[in-house]
Design a protein around this ligand. Structure first.
Ligand code: ZN
Length: 141
């Protein structure tokens, strides 16, 4: 963790505070490009947008995948006030971003929240392999 890392993490924490002040869950994130410039900033807007996916990390991952060349994305760092959740981690993986620096870990966040509700959906599968594989076979080759 460098002094610059801490500077950008403090900005992410400021964005988290701004999200809370604006009526949303307290999370903020930013992207810093290879030259040390802030490329984009986001805050959680899941309540004001009525969008359960409006996490700042997800919004920035989508922006990076859309706007950055792969080599630039790989050299770009996401600074975020809390370790990305599973949804956001998946999007970051697909975005090509090269590094994430977070302040609170998921465990540290969990200690600040009420206990989570048990998972509310059931997954049934796999099924229909012979049929389901047809549209996929050959796509990734
Ligand atoms: Zn998330």
């Amino acid at each position: 963790m460098t002094p610059d890392d801490e500077k950008f993490l403090r900005r992410a924490i400021e964005l988290a505070a701004a999200a809370r002040a604006g009526g949303n869950p307290p999370f903020g994130s930013l992207l810093v490009g290879p030259d040390g410039d802030v490329l984009a900033e986001e805050r959680n807007t899941s309540l004001t947008d009525a969008d359960i996916t409006a996490h700042p990390e997800l919004k920035l991952a989508r922006w990076a995948a859309r706007e950055l060349a792969p080599a630039i994305a790989a050299a770009t760092v996401m600074y975020t006030s809390c370790q990305p959740c599973g949804m956001c981690a998946g999007a970051i993986e697909r975005s090509g971003l090269g590094r994430v620096v977070f302040a609170l870990s998921n465990d540290q966040l969990a200690a600040l929240k009420p206990p989570p509700a048990p998972s509310s959906f059931r997954q049934d599968g796999p099924a229909l392999l012979d049929e389901a594989r047809v549209p996929v076979e050959g796509y990734y080759t």
